[in-house]
Ligand binder design. Structure first.
Ligand SMILES: NC(=O)C1=CN([C@@H]2O[C@H](COP(=O)(O)OP(=O)(O)OC[C@H]3O[C@@H](n4cnc5c(N)ncnc54)[C@H](OP(=O)(O)O)[C@@H]3O)[C@@H](O)[C@H]2O)C=CC1
Ligand SMILES: Nc1nc(O)c(N)c(N[C@@H]2O[C@H](COP(=O)(O)O)[C@@H](O)[C@H]2O)n1
Length: 220
């Protein structure tokens, strides 16, 4: 499996405001780049915090990109994956519509009634006692044939993926906004590292819209 984390952050390093409301940080060219990345992926992954905050669809927006996928024998959209220990994904969430297959990764803490409701709309993967055990969950997704995986956030999930050593590549668009707020989400939240910081190698720098795209690979 190859895991690419993609996110857009403000010039001051925030993913959204302290109200956790979605903010358009990317411009048109960056959203097009993200659409291409989605189209090149087998799955798009988010944490349940992003589902609750943004209610994302995570589908490929450009019809010609969906057609390209169909021509090569893939479904029109990549699978969607939610990392959601307790099964908090609302049944009316866009991510559970029938535009693409959806996997909900749960832990043992997810109540049986939530499991039953979600199983009508998604494939369930259970891994971990308290929080989702990401190593086990991603191994299960790989067994389902999901090889090229894109993670769109948010900061809690991205931190845990770095902690688990699951990230191969990080693509960050740094956009021309200041959001501020000490409690606003950043690229990697969670507990934070105090030693053995993941180290990156810069692979690409490009101007996109009025911002910068940084592509980093994880140093060996
Ligand atoms: N600018 C951008 O590119 C993006 C911005 N965002 C923004 O980010 C914010 C949401 O991010 P955030 O609040 O960090 O939420 P996340 O989307 O990262 O989801 C975090 C939740 O996932 C669940 N989870 C289950 N297992 C794990 C695990 N092993 N590690 C980490 N999380 C786990 C937890 O809830 P539980 O314990 O209940 O399972 C946790 O609270 C929103 O404001 C959104 O707008 C989001 C994506 C992209
Ligand atoms: N690439 C990017 N740039 C931004 O400025 C953003 N705010 C986001 N947010 C992510 O996109 C998801 C919405 O997806 P849909 O349009 O509903 O398909 C959102 O949930 C964030 O993950 N991304």
């Amino acid at each position: 499996m190859h895991v690419v984390v993609n996110a857009a952050m403000s010039a001051d390093g925030k993913l959204s405001s302290h109200r956790r409301e979605q903010i358009a940080i990317s411009g048109d060219a960056d959203f097009d780049r993200v659409d291409r990345l989605r189209a090149d992926s087998d799955a798009v992954v988010v944490g349940v915090g992003t589902v609750l905050a943004d209610d994302p669809r995570l589908t490929v927006k450009d019809e010609s990109l969906r057609d390209e996928r169909l021509e090569r024998g893939d479904p029109a959209n990549p699978a969607r994956v939610v990392v959601d220990s307790r099964g908090r994904t609302p049944l009316e969430a866009e991510i559970l519509d029938d535009e693409a297959a959806t996997y909900v990764c749960l832990s043992e803490r997810a109540p049986i009634d939530r499991r039953m409701e979600l199983s009508d709309r998604a494939d369930l993967v259970t891994a971990g006692e308290e929080r989702v055990d990401l190593l086990r969950a991603f191994a299960a997704l790989e067994r389902e044939g999901l090889e090229q995986v894109m993670v769109e956030g948010g900061g809690e999930l991205i931190f845990s993926l770095f902690e688990a050593g699951l990230v191969d590549e990080l693509r960050v668009f740094v956009g021309p906004k200041i959001i501020g707020g000490r409690d606003a989400p950043t690229l990697a939240d969670g507990e934070g590292f105090v030693e053995e910081f993941p180290t990156l190698t810069l692979a690409e720098v490009a101007r996109v819209d009025d911002g910068v795209l940084l592509v980093w690979r994880i140093a060996e």
